[in-house]
Design a protein around this ligand. Structure first.
Ligand code: EPZ
Length: 419
């Protein structure tokens, strides 16, 4: 398993180009199952989860061409297999995004239950409830979900909890259903809007994406499309924090500032200087005067849970006490104990962590546990004195494209060590 070796204390200076959003590219690749025509997706990030999704589509019988590293051309005209197998689903729970399109277009799907992961139990009961309401027969046995329907029927779906992939699965299933589906308490993340834009280009009739009520009027047929994936707002936020923690200055390009107002607002409250210098460019300066500021994660447009770990790393360098509260997942503080090994002063209290700063961080041997926790450890290693080793960096490779190369290009001393 690869490790990162970091020598901290270097100020980051220069330009970083943001890659496409992993959490948009995943549902958009799955949406290509809804048509027998070719869907071309551009700005697809070169990360492990997308390689896994591509393998899943090929297992189902799709042809996936990659004429250029970040362009995928998918054709689902020859799909005969409707099963997402356990060995793929266990490595990436987002494989569950095949469920909606397979039932929507083929009337059948077999998807292994994803099981939990480091940050929580991650159930899909709301996905299944919604498909059952649309007329699918759902059977659960031996860890596999079987869903069948001659043709799904549009209906009103009210999610008791906002679910991003649940909203995405229903949008895709409803696109080919008979009648109108209204999703209430729908997720409003930018990735939902990006998927809705792709589906619309394919011929779907969707209104209200980016609001809590999305209306989909089913059609009989969807066609191909050519679509560019939005920038990754979480990668953008991660590099904003990297500049702040190393008292550096970065120019972040190919980003979408409108997708991360909650993040830039909170970082400015904490004393980070952030300036928008073009429609897709941010300049961030770490002036070393960080102030503690409390944080509570929330669904969009609130502060994203996927930035909580990175923010916690930042607060270890801020003056004063901050309370960080996680409201989305039940076990998303795995990074806290690793940060404490570097010298961070914090205390976990149920769904909150009390952080006291600034702490003098000194390098240590760390183990990554999940995607965003890994990013948090890299950020802390950049600020720590001396040498930090991070094991199991395959977690970070799931969602960040060549992060060590992007960091090295702006002055970080970080290398990947193959073991
Ligand atoms: C998506 O996961 C993202 N993944 C996650 O990003 C992100 O953290 C999460 O949304 C929240 O923003 C992708 O888009 C591929 P949810 P998802 O369904 O859809 C509960 C990353 O780091 N719930 O919105 O799986 C659930 O337990 C990843 O890139 C049910 O109870 O999250 C959680 O408490 C991590 N039943 C809450 O809802 C269900 O059927 C929100 O989960 C579904 C969800």
């Amino acid at each position: 398993m690869d490790k990162f070796r970091i020598i901290g204390g270097k100020q980051l200076k220069g330009g970083v180009a943001i890659s496409g959003a992993k959490n948009s590219a995943l549902p958009c690749l799955a949406a290509s199952l809804l048509t027998s025509e070719t869907v071309t997706l551009r700005n697809v990030p070169y990360v492990r989860d997308l390689i896994t999704m591509r393998r899943l589509l090929e297992d189902l019988g799709c042809t996936v061409l990659v004429p250029e590293l970040r362009t995928h051309q998918i054709n689902a005209g020859t799909v005969e297999n409707h099963e997402a197998p356990y060995e793929l689903v266990k490595t990436m729970r987002a494989s569950v995004l095949a469920l909606g399109p397979l039932v929507g277009r083929f009337g059948q799907a077999r998807v292994s239950l994803p099981g939990g992961c480091a940050i929580g139990q991650r159930p899909i009961d709301l996905h299944l409830m919604a498909l059952a309401q649309m007329g699918a027969e759902i059977d659960l046995h031996s860890g596999v979900v079987e869903a069948r329907a001659s043709r799904l029927r549009g209906c009103d779906i009210e999610f008791e909890t906002v679910t991003v992939t649940g909203t995405e699965n229903v949008m895709m299933a409803a696109a080919l259903a008979d009648g109108v589906t209204r999703i209430m308490n729908a997720a409003c993340e930018p990735e939902i809007v990006d998927l809705a834009n792709l589906l619309t280009k394919m011929g779907a009739k969707i209104e209200g994406a980016c609001t809590p009520t999305i209306t989909i009027t089913g059609v009989d047929h969807l066609g191909g499309a050519d679509h560019t994936i939005i920038p990754d707002r979480i990668e953008t936020g991660t590099f904003l924090v990297a500049a702040a923690m190393t008292r550096g200055e970065l120019e972040i390009t190919n980003c979408e500032p409108n997708h991360l107002h909650a993040v830039t607002g909170k970082l400015r409250e904490a004393g980070v200087e952030i300036e928008q210098i073009a429609a897709d460019k941010l300049r961030v300066t770490g002036n070393g005067k960080l102030r503690a500021a409390d944080l509570t994660t929330a669904v969009y447009p609130g502060f994203p849970t996927d930035m909580q770990a990175q923010y916690m790393a930042l607060m270890t360098q801020a003056e004063g006490g901050s309370v960080i509260t996680e409201t989305i997942f039940e076990n998303r503080f795995m990074h806290a104990s690793e940060l404490m090994r570097l010298g961070a002063q914090m205390r976990i209290r149920g769904h909150s962590v009390d952080v006291h700063g600034p702490s003098h961080l000194t390098g240590a041997q760390l183990i990554a546990s999940d995607l965003r926790a890994s990013a948090s450890l890299v950020l802390a290693g950049l600020a720590a004195e001396g040498e930090t080793w991070i094991d199991r960096v395959y977690h970070i490779d799931r969602g960040y494209e060549k992060i060590e190369e992007k960091l090295r290009a702006v002055g970080a001393e970080i290398e990947r060590v193959k073991t």
